[in-house]
Write a protein that binds this ligand. Sequence first.
Ligand SMILES: *Cc1c(COP(=O)(O)O)cnc(C)c1O
Length: 396
Amino acid sequence: MKPETSPSATDRPIDPDLIPDNPYLLLTPGPLSTSKSVRATMLRDWCTWDDDYNHGVVQDVRERLVSLATSLPGYTSVLVQGSGTFGVEATVGSVVPEDGKLLVLANGGYGDRIVQIAERLRIANGVLDSGEIAPPDCAALEATLTADPAVTHVAVVHCETTTGILNPLADIAAVVKGCGRTFIVDAMSSFGGIPMDVEALGIDFLVSSANKCIEGVPGFCFVIAREESLERSRGRARSLSLDLHEQWRTMEEGHGKWRYTSPTHVVRAFQQALRELDAEGGVAARHNRYAENQRVLVKGMESLGFRCLLPPQHQSPIITAFFEPDDDAYGFARFYEEIKRQGFVIYPGKVSVADTFRIGTIGQVFPDDVQRLLRAIGAACYWHPEHDDMVSGASD
Ligand SMILES: *Cc1c(COP(=O)(O)O)cnc(C)c1O
């Protein structure tokens, strides 16, 4: 006899209208503001060995990720518990062989973190650091790879969230592939928000996480891998729980089974977020929205007298760093509180070359929200002599 309710009928998320509003909009690069319909999916429990979850959710998510990454064959995806850094550490620690060497192109905090991971795992490494506000030097990269045959792997951060700089992935990829090295990309804050094809770029391992441009909630990360490169990394892992190859084998053989407890609610929310990305028109449409958010932001901030840290040709649509006002009366803490009181949360700066604060333009954030934000920022410029005029004039 047929059960009264089919499994799919039981996966009926509650009406998103019943989900409360957030008290403020997150203008941070993750965790970020998510849709109510994504949050609504998290109100039921899942069995981690049942097909409803393994096949219906996990495998679907894995397939969707691969199709976002490339239209060409030869790639797979592995989901890993933990925040984005766990994915970078799982990848670096699982794919560089004992006698291998990792060269890191660094220009910010997340590039530095890859070096830190290599150091901690006692992986031989080298760094090409281009400073915090310049892209990697491709000629220096080529010279280093030619001079140092010991280097087996190259890693770079695509969008360095420290400043919002967008590193020239295609140029870097061409050098790495031309020199025959394995290519690892931390695309944490760009994947899903900036169009790219991993196969066309020759990326072997791309790492990203649930709570960035796909607009899910935090709790796991994922690696898009060239199958051949992943296959070659069997037995290389320096960690049990962060063994990328083992995690992949289990997911493949178990048809969506995770090795250890998976963040079920978060994975289901991520599936919903992927469906909503599709409904928005895919990565190209999302990229257009983020780029428009960022354009409106910079135009409005400049009219309020703020200046961007980066020149526009290096600036990503993901997050923008602004110089702090050169005024003794200004303090970030009060500025932040005054903006938060009006319903927006911004992000402190992270670079050492200048005093900055940052504003993210990803997540469920739309140009109208940015206009409202600009009015709030105008009202929060308490130190400014023309403060009262700015309150009304910011976004006109
Ligand atoms: C967010 C992010 C990470 C991962 O940070 P977690 O705090 O571990 O999620 C790594 N690299 C970049 C470029 C990021 O933006």
